[in-house]
Design a protein around this ligand. Sequence first.
Ligand SMILES: *[C@@H]1O[C@H](CO)[C@@H](O)[C@H](O)[C@H]1NC(C)=O
Ligand SMILES: *[C@@H]1O[C@H](CO)[C@@H](O)[C@H](O)[C@H]1NC(C)=O
Ligand SMILES: *[C@@H]1O[C@H](CO)[C@@H](O)[C@H](O)[C@H]1NC(C)=O
Ligand SMILES: *[C@@H]1O[C@H](CO)[C@@H](O)[C@H](O)[C@H]1NC(C)=O
Ligand SMILES: *[C@@H]1O[C@H](CO)[C@@H](O)[C@H](O)[C@H]1NC(C)=O
Ligand SMILES: *[C@@H]1O[C@H](CO)[C@@H](O)[C@H](O)[C@H]1NC(C)=O
Ligand SMILES: *[C@@H]1O[C@H](CO)[C@@H](O)[C@H](O)[C@H]1NC(C)=O
Ligand SMILES: *[C@@H]1O[C@H](CO)[C@@H](O)[C@H](O)[C@H]1NC(C)=O
Length: 639
Amino acid sequence: MPTSAQSVLAVALILLAAVVAQALQHPLPDERIYASDPWKPARGDPLGAGGFESSFRTINRRSLLNCFDLNPYVNMTVDTAGPLSDTQNVTVSISGVVNPSDHDWLGVVSPSNASTSNCPDVAVLILATGDTSELPLLCHYPVKFKLLKEDPGYLSCASSQCQVPGLFGSCLVKTCSASITFRLINIRTDIMFVLFTGGLQVPCVVDKAGPLPFANPKAPLYGHISSIDSTGTSMRLTWISGDAAPQTVQYADGSTATSTVGTFTKSNMCEPSAASDFGWHDPGFIHTAVMTGLSPSTQYSYQYGSQAVGLSPSTNFSTPPAAGDDAVTLIIFGDMGKAERDGSSIHYIQPGSISVIDAITTAVSGANVDFVFHIGDISYATGFLVEWDNFLELIQPIASRVPYMTAIGNHERDHPLSGSYYSGTDSGGECGILYYNYFQMPTPAQDKPWYSLESGPIHFTVVSTEHDWKAGSEQYMWIQADLASVNRTRTPWVVYTGHRPMYSSYDSVLNAILPAVDTEYTDAIEPLLLAGKVDLVLAGHVHNYERLCAVYQGKCLVNSTKDTTGLDTYNFTTYAAPVQAVIGMSGFQLDGFKSQVDVWSKVRISEYGYVGIQATRQKLLFEFMFVNMTVGDSFAIVK
Ligand SMILES: *[C@@H]1O[C@H](CO)[C@@H](O)[C@H](O)[C@H]1NC(C)=O
Ligand SMILES: *[C@@H]1O[C@H](CO)[C@@H](O)[C@H](O)[C@H]1NC(C)=O
Ligand SMILES: *[C@@H]1O[C@H](CO)[C@@H](O)[C@H](O)[C@H]1NC(C)=O
Ligand SMILES: *[C@@H]1O[C@H](CO)[C@@H](O)[C@H](O)[C@H]1NC(C)=O
Ligand SMILES: *[C@@H]1O[C@H](CO)[C@@H](O)[C@H](O)[C@H]1NC(C)=O
Ligand SMILES: *[C@@H]1O[C@H](CO)[C@@H](O)[C@H](O)[C@H]1NC(C)=O
Ligand SMILES: *[C@@H]1O[C@H](CO)[C@@H](O)[C@H](O)[C@H]1NC(C)=O
Ligand SMILES: *[C@@H]1O[C@H](CO)[C@@H](O)[C@H](O)[C@H]1NC(C)=O
């Protein structure tokens, strides 16, 4: 039997090999970005423009050492003594800095007692995650941070103090100040503000302030709803709390339901990974309860919590139309992720996410959105667990009011030797566990994240591109059976959706050698789409908007014609093949397009936005909306 060190090494080498093999086999956009961006620090560009985000992870690989040269005058004050409310802006003032530098930064660390001195000496394990930065390794990571120079008066010393007065009103030692505001949300664990100098490559601790606890670390927060079936009469509500005791949801004038409570530990994460190590943050408890006895297409309200932990505010929500109803309106998109509303840096920022979330919030507030579909690459927390809280807080204005349905993406699931179809490390070791807890969809089993859902005249077949879909696989058989089971009188439209696309004009230096068609996927699945007369195929993964024709085996079997209003219309009275679109333009840094235009590529737009669909029994109207809520592309399918 090998020693544990030997087996750790062996596993790590296997993982490394798998990562390399994966990169060679499936160099789709996210792998490309993942390989070149987040895990690799921008060496030699510690604070340069563009290097910052990717450098962020570098700081996670070091003990938080004190600086050699402790600045004797530094004074950090926080504008509140705490405890903190669930959402609060906190300003940290720093004075007494002798030499303001653009390498000075302020981190938000939580919990305050995180061990930052005993870094695990497992370089090879971290290397297996694709992280090639320098050692010694990480201990604990800041939740977020800002550079002090974000205070415009800092480097110019606009606000100064004289520490050592000289003769005749002169000053022998002058120091400077900065003031930095963070928007903090309740992540249950207490908050410490840590002042660093040395940039991200060689950071050392200058001073600390805090800790500040949250007033109610058990508060019931971040409630979001989802459909459990196609009746529109039962809705699942899922929320987070620091308390393990069951809580209740009160809804619809006096009904109640008691939560079932779940959580997970480090040992549930795939190893070796960020999630099981420096990216870990206590998730608290995930409460979920099903509200039953509702009517479809109806507005209700709910409140959740308990006497012990308090109650959430009352929230209005709507049930979606039942399967077979005449009309439905929904919003669908992929690859949204998150960013910080206060402009802080975090380990993985999706720069368009906030503008898209705000636009969708406006659309949902205007009523007439029955539900929302987020088709993979959900939060991009990728092993930095606290970023799920950030994401859930960001989408709450949407997901608390209309069902937020999801499909799994590579950044939720993939990890070598873990059962994912692709062997990249894209989930940071989460291996789906966080996604499955936060977004409990009506799937056959936890790690079989495929399901179908009907609402109004549409049948949705939602697949996992991250699990085997090859002919004969369990998922393949399910897709075949699901499509065969559709009653086209009840739901005349069938939409197939999953994270990765079959076709894309994604722009890459590798285009010369890489086909734009994932023939492994099309060979397996396109015949099923035709047999099931699927009308529309939607995917993300590539971060732009692209409309294809009604395509099969790379050929356009139906082209659009203009209707009397000039709208591109696909007449499906006689069925031939599904129209396809790539809709991964909801947050992640946008991708371009290759210059060659394949016959199936019809409309290409590299802008942030989301897709709105309005379907009646005769017509499915599809609109790509920019974040300013104007239409970027639209078409209809009629039958
Ligand atoms: C630190 O700054 C605060 C206000 O900015 C001031 O009240 C306090 O006296 C200072 N402390 C020291 C030790 O200088
Ligand atoms: C930090 O404090 C919490 C709560 O007091 C405790 O449960 C935890 O074990 C502590 N962690 C460390 C690393 O000391
Ligand atoms: C919920 O809807 C009711 C009735 O339409 C309205 O009076 C109330 O203000 C709404 N509540 C919220 C929090 O929007
Ligand atoms: C807190 O900060 C955010 C972003 O910096 C800002 O949008 C918000 O209005 C602030 N909230 C309060 C209560 O000041
Ligand atoms: C198909 O749906 C229609 C309309 O809902 C219903 O009347 C019919 O019985 C269904 N057919 C089957 C075979 O279930
Ligand atoms: C659709 O248009 C493409 C050219 O854009 C053409 O190659 C194809 O034959 C057309 N298909 C049909 C069914 O007309
Ligand atoms: C679609 O084509 C059919 C004939 O194939 C025709 O009868 C029908 O009017 C067309 N529909 C529209 C909306 O153009
Ligand atoms: C909306 O945004 C799109 C895409 O950025 C832009 O082309 C268009 O001019 C904008 N329209 C308005 C009215 O601002």
